[in-house]
Design a protein around this ligand. Sequence first.
Ligand code: SAH
Length: 252
Amino acid sequence: MTIAMTPPDGWTDHAAELGISFEQGEIDQLGRYLALLMDANTRMNLTAIRDETEAWDKHILDALTLVPVLAELREGACVVDIGSGGGIPGLPLAIVMPHLRFTLVDATAKKCRYLEETAESLGLRNVRVINDRAERLGNDRGERSPQGRRDAHREQYDMAVARAVGRMAMLVELTVPLVKVGGLVVLTKGQKADEELAEAKQALYMLHTTHAGTIDTPTGRIVVLEKQRKTPRDYPRGDGEPKRSPLGVRKA
Ligand code: SAH
């Protein structure tokens, strides 16, 4: 049994002002998650934030600012969190949105083992963890079977989310191929959101994706992108290529 951390005074009211309300037991679950994150952080590098009060805002609240956007999804919809690391934003969202299914993806095996153990000890049945690179999943069209293709990842998700994985021009190549046509890519960004969006303009065009809007939150800015048409077969490019030379960005 993990000891749960308790939120600082006024935290729950603050969340309520943002339209985030909690069911019985969810605050306790979030507190247990934070305790597990902080404990694992002594063994691997998951977050620079070590102060509890700060973690409730910069990790939990920051993840939950996405709730109003995810609230649009139907029951059973699939959300992929790319570069989940310590589990932000995927795990707090999975706790408060048990009717949605979350796939947490990270390239680092050790982080994935921690994510698995954490989801397991929190009893989250709506979470699966995949240790792979987003570039590979984005090209995974599944196995042929008599019933059609199985276990595909390309163009399978209703929504992709990501925080702190890299600048937008490269992140769109990692996320857009995974979502269905009409699906959304929702990125948690900071004050540089507009700058990154301008830099990603050509990449968005190449990936047939448009900017649907930017939402200001107390912890940053959320950029919402909408996939308009199928991703051209050339994308995503191979491992590390989106980061090495982001689409449409001139080398300095
Ligand atoms: N989203 C978390 C972690 C950010 S750190 C948070 O906000 O705290 C970035 C994470 O992305 C790292 O864990 C790294 O292993 C992972 N990552 C980077 N590039 C990736 C790729 N191409 N595919 C999958 N994971 C990737």
